[in-house]
Design a protein around this ligand. Structure first.
Ligand code: THU
Length: 131
């Protein structure tokens, strides 16, 4: 889909609500549930740095707290020319709760990448190994 993909538009809107006074690096994410609901998140930084939450995890935890359990796509937006992919911990969290999502990366003007989460997180540790 083009950069006017509604999920990308939602992620751009979420990015405007980012609280990133320490890095200045604002990120927005929009998660599409299996029933068509869009749940957004933005990064929320903390003066301790380590307590910062990424946009992707805020979107996922917000969706889970609202009762959503099945997801199909996530869009991630940052103001970068190069694609801004989810960090390692976010990949793990997304895999745990959503499985093999479509991951759409975009900046403020255009789409910058499209991936399957299984390509971004090969050989994942997950609940199958706990049996
Ligand atoms: N960040 C995200 O929210 N998502 C990403 O995919 C990459 C990084 C945030 C964390 C921090 O607030 C800022 O971007 C700089 O790392």
């Amino acid at each position: 889909m083009p950069a006017s993909d509604p999920l990308v538009v939602a992620a751009r809107g979420a990015r405007r609500r980012a609280i990133a006074p320490h890095s200045g690096f604002k990120v927005g994410a929009a998660l599409l549930t299996a029933d068509g609901t869009v749940v957004t998140g933005c990064n929320i930084e903390n003066a301790t740095y380590g307590l910062t939450l990424c946009a992707e995890r805020v979107a996922m935890f917000t969706a889970l707290a609202a009762g959503h359990r099945r997801f199909t796509r996530i869009a991630v937006v940052a103001d970068t020319t190069a694609p801004t992919p989810p960090c390692g911990p976010c990949r793990q969290i997304l895999w745990e709760f959503a499985g093999d999502l479509d991951v759409i990366l975009a900046n403020l003007r255009r789409e910058t990448g499209r991936h399957r989460l299984s390509d971004l997180l090969p050989l994942p540790f997950d609940r199958r190994l706990l049996r």
